[in-house]
Design a binder for this molecule. Sequence first.
Ligand code: AMP
Length: 543
Amino acid sequence: MLTGRMMNFPLTLTHFLERARTLYARSEIVSRRPDRSLHRYTYADFYRRACRLAGALRRLGVKPGDRVASLCWNHHQHLELYFAVPAMGAVLHTLNLRLHPNDLGYIARHAEDRVLVVDRSLLPLFEKFAGAVPSIERVIVIPDDGPAPSGRLDYEQLLAPEPDTFDFPKVDEHAAAMLCYTSGTTGNPKGVLFSHRSTVLHTLVSCMADVLGVCGEDAVLPVVPMFHAAAWGLPYDAVATGAKVVMPGPHLDPASLLDLMAQERVTVAGGVPTIWLGILALLDQEPKRWDLSAMRTMAIGGSAAPAAMIDGFQKRHGLVVTHAWGMSELNPVGTLSRLKRHHADADDATKLSLRASQGFPLPFVDQRHVSDTGEVLPWDGSTMGELEVRGPWVASSYYGDEGNDRFTKDGWFKTGDVVTIDSEGYLRITDRSKDVIKSGGEWISSVALENALMAHPTVLEAAVFAGRHAKWDERPLAAVVFKPGQSATKEELSAHLEKHFAKYWVPDAYLFVQQIPRTSTGKFLKTKLREEYGDYLLKNPQE
Ligand code: AMP
């Protein structure tokens, strides 16, 4: 081999952070606080505060490789953590504030987090699992809705005495930058450890005109939480290009988001279908209330974006949806739906069907789908198989020993999604191989709920499955068989589950049945349950 004679220049997030100071000092970052007021500052301020944060964390003893956890909404301090922590060689571990305290305790303990940065408004949540995480030595409180309680480290006070500069170390591009946990649909949650390199490459490709096309003229609103799969990389895309960043804080209802989009002239926003369904409904009611003429595209993913929604935004409001598929294991976007040049002449129905598909892979992501026996299947648009992917921002193993059977011997990651792929590479997700339920973009484990229900003294057996829901896309339904001569009410069963799970996990309805259909090997036949009762909540909305 004749080796090329080019520099080996590391692909690190520090480079993006430095550009914020040298090239984009005047770009703006806007965050909505819990009291709805707006906080504004420039990239120059952001850079200085990131340096101060790195200085403060070093003073507290944070070393390269240490995990610094965040339990925060989307705001400018979270963005400071996104850059300062990896740039000093440590790892930002984003904790999902929607999880049950037991899960959060498990995850933070597994990650061996040393420092936790938490919004004051979320302190009560942290206090519920603090006792389960002895590794946390320091808790830093962001005074989002008032000052930090006495005896707690206050984020702002901690930054105040630090210098405006920090001598960021040379970080290896393969070093870990961020740790995100999956939501534990089968067994315990599993950690995915993004590297600087994987995040940088994902950012560069995301910013391609053919992907999200984020550029310096954009105003980017990550509605998708920064605690879930790095907010799909949107914060990194924005800072890398000097775009305006608009952070929604805790107000994620449709009217608040629309106000923010109109006021801040947002051009690119990203979120799960539930958020956009709410926005579409409100726009349909009051089509003239908000001026969204700046909006270039709305990225939708996390669950399938319904074709009717994509069409409704376009036809009734002139708004363009970009449908993308991704996973925590991918850092996170894998495919995105774009038309190709030759589709210009296709009819509207064909175009809509392509735009409602999950699209085709981004550059450097390879896809294939395989049968139960591992045979690679044809791209014919109809044969279903499990999707496997590989690429520089696909996990090569989990952080920890569990779940590593999802990585094949020949270098692919088994996604667990059942798909078809057509002759042009367009992917369509038809099902999930596991029977997880996704409500408003968040996973709910049916197995965990079933096990808990079956621990109730009156219950003989229970199967939990997804029911279609107008607002949340899916909600859990439980089919329950009582022990002979026994019974319980919906309220009693729900109260029993609320002891173990977050409220949004508790099924919306219970179907009291004589028996649960089973497969030939004795497993619950959930496809049958979904066929029979899948529309139950649509037909009985009072539940
Ligand atoms: P998470 O790791 O929590 O982001 O969840 C990833 C899973 O969400 C994928 O494996 C899919 O099952 C699902 N998902 C993500 N994006 C889409 C999409 N555009 N359409 C359908 N399902 C999706």
